[in-house]
Unconditional design. Structure first.
Ligand code: ADP
Length: 321
């Protein structure tokens, strides 16, 4: 029997950049809901679906973890389209949550959501999978409050099909400095930076590092963390788009000298909901030199998670809708 016949497609839930999402259910059990993501056919796919996209899907299918969206099946349709059958996650996403002014939440809630995200990324990296597009609206929420990482590597496979290790991955606000400087050999540390940005925005309820262009994004990063130099980040000056501190005046404007970064007092004032240990973790995740940035394992070993307050149990987390 054909895979697609195992599922019944229902209402259209929404549309993203590379896919249209429908609700659906198992034909054998109408109570078992799914989301069916139908990938839009792209012009440049003359010979059908790119091979690396298929490999990426296979990979996802093998990643099983409570904080990672489950991919039940993949099938193609007569019109050359492919559909992904995914776990149904009806309670929106983390970005929707911090944007929703009717929901108030606490330090313990932030710790709970952040920990689920940290577990997900640790699992990916343990299995040599880079996500490369972590952001609030790729963190979906299950009916029981569990946060699940979605939209895996698919962003690259489908949106930039066929292009190799490009540095133009990751939505700008979540992009680490090594990618902005044009690094082509990068690691799981790119995801750690993005996770730090998501934790920061949960805490302040707005986007954190918001550049209006790639150079603007680097300027914002330098403003917060200091302008990287060979002393603070060995090797940085070899990156393709590195700008020497002496040449930065022109792009940072106003004759500003190279940045020193904000002092501890600024971080304390900006992130009252994270506490000293949370700020220490955040700054260790948002370290410009990827070699000094924490790994996913080191993130999970940080005392923030076990210090007071204890993370909220998922059944007690505030929910939308
Ligand atoms: P975007 O994230 O750009 O909105 P997506 O293609 O990821 O695009 O999703 C489009 C919409 O479909 C989302 O806004 C969401 O409402 C819905 N959706 C996506 N995935 C799921 C899912 N697993 N379960 C339930 N609804 C989903």
């Amino acid at each position: 029997k054909e895979t697609r016949e195992k599922y019944v497609t229902g209402d259209r839930l929404g549309e993203g950049t590379y896919a249209v999402v429908y609700s659906g259910h198992f034909r054998s059990d109408p109570a078992r809901l799914v989301a069916i993501k139908k990938i839009k056919v792209q012009q440049e796919w003359k010979d059908g679906i790119p091979m690396d996209a298929i490999r990426e899907i296979k990979f996802l299918q093998e990643l099983e973890h409570p904080n990672i969206i489950k991919l039940y099946d993949v099938y193609s349709t007569k019109d050359q389209n492919i559909s992904l059958v995914l776990e149904h996650l009806p309670l929106g996403d983390l970005e929707g949550l911090w944007k929703n002014k009717e929901i108030s939440y606490t330090s313990a809630d932030i710790k709970s959501w952040s920990n689920m995200l940290a577990q997900a990324i640790w699992w990916c990296h343990e299995h040599f999978v880079l996500h490369r597009d972590i952001k609030g609206n790729n963190l979906l929420i299950a009916a029981d409050g569990t946060v699940k990482l979605a939209d895996f590597g698919l962003a690259r496979s489908f949106a930039d099909a066929g292009r190799p290790m490009t540095h133009v991955v990751i939505t700008r606000f979540y992009r680490p400095p090594e990618l902005l400087y044009g690094a082509r050999h990068y690691s799981g540390k790119v995801d750690i930076w993005s996770v730090g940005c998501v934790i920061a925005e949960l805490a302040i309820r707005r986007f954190f590092l918001t550049g209006d262009s790639d150079l603007g994004q680097l300027a914002v990063i330098c403003e917060h963390f200091g302008t990287p130099t060979e002393e603070t980040w060995p090797g940085v000056s070899k990156l393709e788009y590195y700008i020497k501190p002496s040449e930065q005046q022109s792009w940072q404007g106003n004759g500003t000298a190279p940045r020193k970064g904000y002092p501890s007092s600024w971080w304390k004032a900006a992130f009252p909901l994270l506490g000293d240990d949370g700020i220490d973790l955040l700054r260790a995740m948002l370290t410009p030199d990827p070699n000094k940035r924490l790994s996913a394992k080191q993130v999970l070993d940080h005392p923030y998670w076990t210090n007071a307050p204890r993370p909220t149990k998922k059944e007690n987390l505030p929910k939308q809708g």
